[in-house]
Design a protein around this ligand. Structure first.
Ligand SMILES: [Fe+2]
Ligand SMILES: [Fe+2]
Length: 287
């Protein structure tokens, strides 16, 4: 842990982190893909060669480009073609999240399915990207929204795998008292999965935009930085998915931070963003 981040990390989070046995490490494939991206002669073939060394990663990349969320008509089975479709930036983010999730062991995480959490990250990422694109955000911001969406709940893995007994207590408190996950986490751990995730991605030197979008995805109003479309998009995409799941279980909840959206002048965009999150194609007329 660097001295600077020590100074910036709030005391309860610092105490919590001190109790962690293991934090996931930045996967080496991420650095390899960064090197390809930064090379003058960056090529899809080079990137495809890197991911082809890892069968699990090829499977994930093909799964993503062929998913209904991606909206392709045909079926892609060639990794190079899949990489070309995704683009090197998205590939880098996808490789990062796949390899981070692969560092966790399902048998030690009885509380939830790793695959479901990965899928939730993927859905959030795709929707956050669609929202950022709809708002004509710059390409780098669109990519940051995608990366933050993929990894927004990574702190959940860290908390549940390092502190399983407390995590079980947290789930019980959440159910008994009808609390939101992050409120119950703050009660039991002194910090939330969003705090832990933001900290981790900061340690890996991901952009401030990504770190903030992850750290404040449940409570964007608390973000000290000025408005970012990546944060607004990840917040809405995540809340929309969680609201839809709660609705399916007959327990409707409202998770959108309407004050934040209003403060950013985005309140009138919400219905359209929600439509994007339902997978509806949206007319850009009047935009
Ligand atoms: Fe979350
Ligand atoms: Fe989430």
């Amino acid at each position: 842990m660097s001295q600077t981040s020590d100074l910036l990390t709030p005391e309860p989070l610092r105490k919590l982190l001190a109790n962690m046995q293991t934090l996931p490490s930045l996967p080496s494939v991420y650095r390899e893909l960064m090197d390809v991206l930064h090379a003058d002669d960056a090529s899809v073939e080079q990137a495809a060669r890197i991911i082809s060394k890892d069968v699990g990663m090829v499977t994930k990349v093909l799964q993503v480009v062929n998913s209904p969320l991606y909206g392709l008509r045909g079926h892609v089975s060639n990794p190079t073609q899949a990489v070309a479709l995704l683009g090197l930036n998205s590939l880098k983010s996808l490789a990062l999240s796949t390899k981070v999730f692969a560092q966790f062991d399902q048998s030690k995480l009885p509380f939830f399915s790793l695959e479901s959490l990965w899928q939730h990250g993927m859905t959030t990422a795709m929707h956050a990207r669609a929202i950022a694109k709809e708002e004509d955000a710059e390409q780098a911001m669109v990519e940051d929204a995608f990366t933050a969406g993929l990894l927004h709940d990574v702190g959940t893995l860290v908390l549940a795998s390092n502190l399983p007994h407390q995590y079980r207590d947290m789930l019980a408190i959440m159910q008994d008292q009808g609390l939101s996950e992050w409120v119950a986490e703050r009660e039991v751990f002194g910090a939330t999965h969003a705090d832990v995730g933001g900290y981790l991605l900061g340690q890996w030197s991901l952009s401030h935009t990504i770190v903030e979008a992850v750290a404040y995805h449940h409570e964007p109003s608390s973000c000290p930085a000025s408005y970012s479309i990546a944060l607004a998009a990840v917040h809405v995409a995540n809340a929309a998915e969680e609201e839809a799941q709660a609705m399916d279980m007959g327990e409707p909840v409202h998770l959108m931070d309407l004050d934040y959206l209003a403060g950013c002048g985005l309140a009138d965009r919400l219905p359209l963003w929600q439509a994007l999150c339902r997978g509806e194609s949206v007319s850009r007329a009047g935009h």
